[in-house]
Write a protein of this length. Structure first.
Length: 288
């Protein structure tokens, strides 16, 4: 019996991976998956939702870069920027479970519209303050806190609304398209934001973000979601306690929360130190 060494087996697999037919098969599978994701846009409600969320996602990606330059423009330092970022993160964490309970008790469409209206008004107010030259660090901190609290209500509602928008086998493709679109906005947004801040100032970025939330709100109001049959529920506090108990009873959820917290801490350090160093060493937002 002929023996095949482990090395030759691995080499065979490696040679197979270099085979053009192997790569063509992978490309065809990827193309089929992408076409399936795009096919989800044939559904009117999902198409409206995708347009609104992609637009508002781009606005968010613009603001997160502009926020740093906004703080520096009005005389703030790294400590002030850290305070503004913390003002956004803390309400988002504190109210996320509360938002999840309300997203189950109220129509999710209504919760999302309310959150978008709040965030759009905050963005508009920040744009007005910067364009009139009256913005201060505490304005940004308050605006960031309101944005974080509204996002804590929006995120659970948005997660739960997808099965209402797209049913059956297209749900996975629709989720994939949403994730791809959001990832692309966070690739494009930071560069675009730096250019806008360098040429027109952070006020214009906040104005664009406000318009993006208006588009998202209009798209949400235009949805025709099926009415959900809501089972009889206990009190709000009982639901809140049940949600907390559910989280604490699952090790993978606890681990996910820890990873999420560490990731946000690392990202916050980059958000604070990156713009400060670039402003000091490279001359400002145009170098971002």
């Amino acid at each position: 019996m002929r023996r095949v060494s482990r090395g030759s087996s691995a080499g065979a697999r490696h040679d197979g991976n270099r085979d053009p037919a192997h790569w063509m098969a992978m490309i065809r599978r990827a193309g089929t998956y992408i076409r399936g994701s795009v096919d989800a846009l044939e559904d009117r409600d999902f198409r409206l939702y995708w347009i609104g969320q992609t637009t508002s996602g781009l606005g968010d990606s613009l603001v997160w870069v502009a926020l740093a330059w906004a703080v520096l423009e009005i005389g703030g330092d790294a400590s002030a920027l850290g305070l503004v970022l913390a003002a956004n993160a803390l309400p988002r964490v504190v109210f996320l479970l509360v938002g999840g309970v309300w997203a189950d008790r109220l129509p999710r469409q209504l919760v999302m519209v309310g959150a978008d209206v709040v965030r759009g008004l905050v963005a508009g107010a920040m744009a007005l303050l910067f364009m009139t030259g009256t913005a201060e660090v505490w304005h940004l901190a308050v605006g960031a806190a309101l944005n974080g609290a509204a996002s804590a209500f929006f995120i659970p509602a948005a997660t739960g609304v997808m099965p209402q928008l797209v049913a059956g086998p297209r749900l996975q493709q629709a989720n994939a398209l949403m994730n791809l679109s959001q990832s692309l906005t966070w690739v494009i947004g930071p560069t675009l934001s730096g250019l806008i801040v360098a040429t027109g100032g952070p006020g214009w970025v906040f104005a664009i973000d406000g318009v993006s939330f208006a588009i998202s709100t209009i798209s949400l109001l235009a949805l025709s979601l099926p009415r959900l049959v809501v089972a009889p529920r206990t009190t709000f506090l009982a639901d809140l306690a049940g949600g907390l108990q559910e989280v604490m009873s699952r090790s993978w959820l606890r681990a996910g929360l820890v990873v999420f917290a560490l990731s946000n801490m690392a990202n916050a350090a980059f958000q604070v130190l990156g713009p400060v160093i670039i402003d000091r060493e490279l001359g400002g937002a145009a170098s971002w």
